[in-house]
Design a protein around this ligand. Structure first.
Ligand code: 5RP
Length: 223
């Protein structure tokens, strides 16, 4: 089945999931990427039923605003019941690899504030073991080579995503060949490297709910 149709279907399932809970004063966390874009476009029809959003990237903020949906600075938000975002890979434990769109740091921050992280994906993203998709790592530019050398010691093969600057002014290293057996442990180990802002493993705080679209419809997985 066409992947775009699956993305539309899973976005619709997320809309259905949050709709009964919407309140006039509610702030919704919104992710980044093509699946999140489907969600944003469908959220537009409900824009009078909640207060506004916090976006995980400048691109999503622009798309939300183009629909007339208010976007708030996270610093002005105390409570966020839901964060809705896609993923590059997920396992059955709802541990994720994210950051294909280079927005991983803001995604992790916004997800950490939300009570529930609803991950929306098509079934091509479900894997037994994480790591076939190269792990994005956001790095302070001056630390690029030093961090790359340490990632090699951890068994990875880092590649600089040349030409890409994150919304935070940093660079991305995509790490191939990682054997991800213990995702929370690797997430901490990479975050501990000086110069790393964050990495795209969402395992210490995985998704709360995974909505997964496939040929037989959308299934809901929880931990
Ligand atoms: C962006 C992300 C995205 O959620 C991830 O890349 C999935 O994108 P898409 O929905 O386009 O497949 O982490 O940084």
């Amino acid at each position: 089945m066409d992947q775009n149709i699956l993305k539309q279907q899973v976005a619709a399932a997320a809309i259905e999931y949050i709709t009964p809970h919407l309140r006039e004063d509610m702030i919704i966390g919104v992710g980044t990427g093509s699946t999140a874009n489907c969600f944003i476009d469908q959220l537009a029809a409900l824009r009078h039923r909640f207060d506004g959003t916090v976006a995980s990237s400048e691109a999503s903020a622009e798309r939300l605003k183009s629909h007339g949906i208010p976007v708030y600075d996270l610093n002005s938000v105390k409570e966020m019941p839901f964060y809705i975002d896609g993923a590059d890979e997920t396992n059955a434990q709802l541990e994720l690899i994210k950051g294909g769109g280079a927005a991983l740091t803001r995604e992790k921050i916004v997800a950490s504030v939300a009570r529930e992280f609803i991950c929306i994906a098509d079934e091509s993203k479900l894997v037994q073991r994480l790591g076939k998709y190269p792990l994005p790592v956001e790095v302070i530019p001056m630390a690029r080579s030093a961090v790359a050398r340490t990632l090699v010691q951890l068994g990875g093969t880092p590649a600089w995503r040349e030409g890409v600057t994150t919304d935070n002014g940093n660079i991305i290293l995509d790490v191939y060949d990682l054997n991800i057996v213990d995702a929370p442990q690797l997430e901490s180990a990479i975050n501990d490297i000086p110069g790393v802002v964050t990495n795209g493993l969402f395992a210490i705080q995985p998704a709360s709910v995974l909505l997964l679209a496939g040929v037989n419809g959308v299934q809901k997985l929880t931990r």
